[in-house]
Ligand binder design. Structure first.
Ligand SMILES: Nc1nc2c(c(=O)[nH]1)N[C@H]1C(S)=C(S)[C@@H](COP(=O)(O)O)O[C@H]1N2
Ligand SMILES: [Mo]
Length: 525
């Protein structure tokens, strides 16, 4: 029996450090070399995407609920910790049995190569950076572990490792730490350099700025005066692009050259249709204000935004393709593999589903789907709003499942009626007297006809509705409250255009959207 070693001072800690340095070298050298290859094939991002795809749905829901739009940062932290733990194990294993160390590094390389080459639009040569990185990682691991073998001070060093180092000069611990530290620092610098180089090569952002959007043949109906709630602090009725919520599975924003973009419309159609970006610029485009909403939005949450979109009605495209009898769904797919299932009839009715190229008067921002995305009034984004869309397959719900449906979410997603209190903020302290309560409500395609407020357990009282732009945009409201000192609860509920009152029945976002009524606690002083 070996006596238990002092872990922190023993070879295990130093071997772990060697493993971490080697793993850092694999990733950073791969990333640096990768700057000269397809942007989407960047090894660290590709690995992250694999991580996303293998993250269990409940953990993804947890990440979105807990970190909101910072869920990607949380993912990288989680991935980093996982890699560090595995790298420690790799170092220890390599110190004991070198062949296992080699296997470990090769395995790491294989996982990254698999992640890279399975990204859409990636060529086999894009595996080269990872191969270079793997080789560099092996060399570094061998150098560091070799140094450890030559440190003879370990009481429990394996007998054969002492022999391996016999004729070599004895190395100091300080030397080892210096070597490992310098390696890790160099790896960090290399990785940063790789990222910067990739960013500098991003020409798509500049190409986007050069796009001149055509004027629509059907301009958006003018927005009536008074759509904005008079209560100070309520969200802007029109969401500026920079403030528009962003939800997607893409770790690096897909970079699509608009000149290369093509949409293929196929499946259960009489005629396959192909559209280029120029075809869209030349088409009869329409413009409309539409409020997008995410199915992950909790009651009272802010995963919703309202913009003016410019695009081609999808029903024009479908008219050309002529769907066959029996088709009831269109599966739209993004260049990065995300997909959404939208009922065929929703894309053919009067609601105004479009292939959008413009958002608030600009080409789509890269992160909102440049060059082309879908915008479908009335449906949550996960079943309709495919960004970076490149493929429309006319099919049947019975035959195909979209990205989130495969992960436990619904196959359909009509937006639920929802009212939100925006001022006062939860747990605010407000002075007694007249307090302006205000917020936003939505029930896209049905419209909002009433919003009511309830203070504590009092009677429901009608709020004042701001002007309505259309039934596919959200509608704001305000309510003057004579506040008396003490703690109070403000509850809100909306009624949609069909006369249906927003349910009090609480439901989680999974599988088809949160329901229930928001209740905001405030203290009146
Ligand atoms: N390619 C792609 N498109 C996508 C998604 C995605 O993950 N990938 N997410 C969808 C979801 S869940 C929502 S709510 C909307 C959000 O659009 P936004 O980021 O422009 O607000 O995009 C939809 N389109
Ligand atoms: Mo979403």
């Amino acid at each position: 029996m070996k006596k238990p070693m002092n872990w922190l001072k023993g070879p295990a800690a130093m071997a772990s450090l060697a493993g971490v340095a080697a793993a850092a070298v694999v990733l950073s050298v791969a990333e640096l070399t990768g700057a000269f290859f397809t942007a989407r094939a960047a090894p660290v991002l590709a690995l992250g995407s694999t991580f996303v795809d293998f993250t269990p749905p409940w953990m993804k829901d947890f990440a979105i609920a807990t970190f909101g739009t910072n869920d990607k940062a949380a993912l990288f932290v989680g991935m980093g910790l996982t890699i560090v733990l595995l790298a420690c194990l790799l170092g220890v294993v390599a110190y004991r049995t070198w062949a296992l160390g080699v296997t470990g590094v090769l395995l790491m390389g294989a996982v990254i190569v698999a992640s890279v080459v399975t990204r859409a639009g990636v060529r086999p040569v894009d595996a080269i950076p990872t191969l270079v990185g793997t080789l560099a990682g092996l060399v570094v691991l061998r150098l560091l572990i070799g140094t450890l073998w030559r440190l003879k001070t370990w009481p429990d060093a394996p007998a054969d490792t002492a022999a391996k180092g016999r004729e070599r000069p004895v190395t100091s611990r300080r030397g080892f730490f210096a070597a490992a530290g310098i390696t890790a620092a160099a790896a960090g610098i290399a990785a940063t350099g790789g990222r910067l180089l990739s960013a500098a090569r991003s020409t798509i952002a500049r190409a986007r700025e050069a796009v001149r959007l055509p004027a629509p043949v059907n301009a958006a109906p003018s927005v009536p005066a008074g759509v904005q709630s008079p209560a100070a602090g309520v969200t802007a009725w029109l969401t500026p692009n920079r403030d528009f919520y962003r939800i997607d599975t893409a770790l690096s924003v897909p970079e699509i050259n608009a000149d290369d973009w093509e949409l293929r419309v196929h499946g259960l159609v009489e005629e396959e249709v192909r559209l280029t970006f120029q075809d869209l610029l030349d088409a009869n485009l329409v413009e409309s204000h539409v409020t997008l909403t995410c199915v992950s939005n909790p009651v009272g949450g802010n995963l919703a935004g309202n913009a003016k979109w410019l695009g081609l009605p999808i029903r024009e495209v479908l008219r050309r393709a002529r769907p066959r009898d029996g088709a009831d769904m269109v599966l739209s797919t993004s260049i990065d593999g995300f997909s959404a299932s939208t009922p065929l009839e929703v894309l053919q009715d009067d609601r105004g589903a479009i292939l959008a190229i413009g958002m608030n008067g600009e080409p789509l921002p890269l992160e909102h789907g440049y060059p082309v995305r879908m915008v479908v009034p009335g449906l949550y984004g996960f079943v309709s709003a495919t960004k970076w869309v490149v493929d429309l397959e006319v099919t049947r719900f019975a035959d195909s499942k979209a990205y989130w449906t495969q992960r436990g979410w619904s196959e359909r997603g009509p937006i639920k009626t929802m009212a939100r209190v925006e001022v006062p903020r939860p747990f605010a302290k407000v002075p007694a007297g007249r307090v302006a309560i205000g917020g936003t409500a939505w029930a896209q395609t049905r419209g909002i006809t009433k919003v009511e407020v309830q203070i504590d357990n009092g009677a429901w009282a009608e709020a004042t509705l701001a002007a309505e732009a259309s039934v596919i945009t959200w509608r704001q409201w305000s309510f003057d409250w004579e506040a008396t000192p003490g703690p109070h609860y403000i509850k809100v509920r909306a009624t949609d255009g069909t006369g249906e009152v927003q349910t009090d029945q609480r439901a989680d976002p999974v599988p088809d959207g949160a329901s229930g009524r928001q209740s905001v606690m405030v203290t009146v002083e």
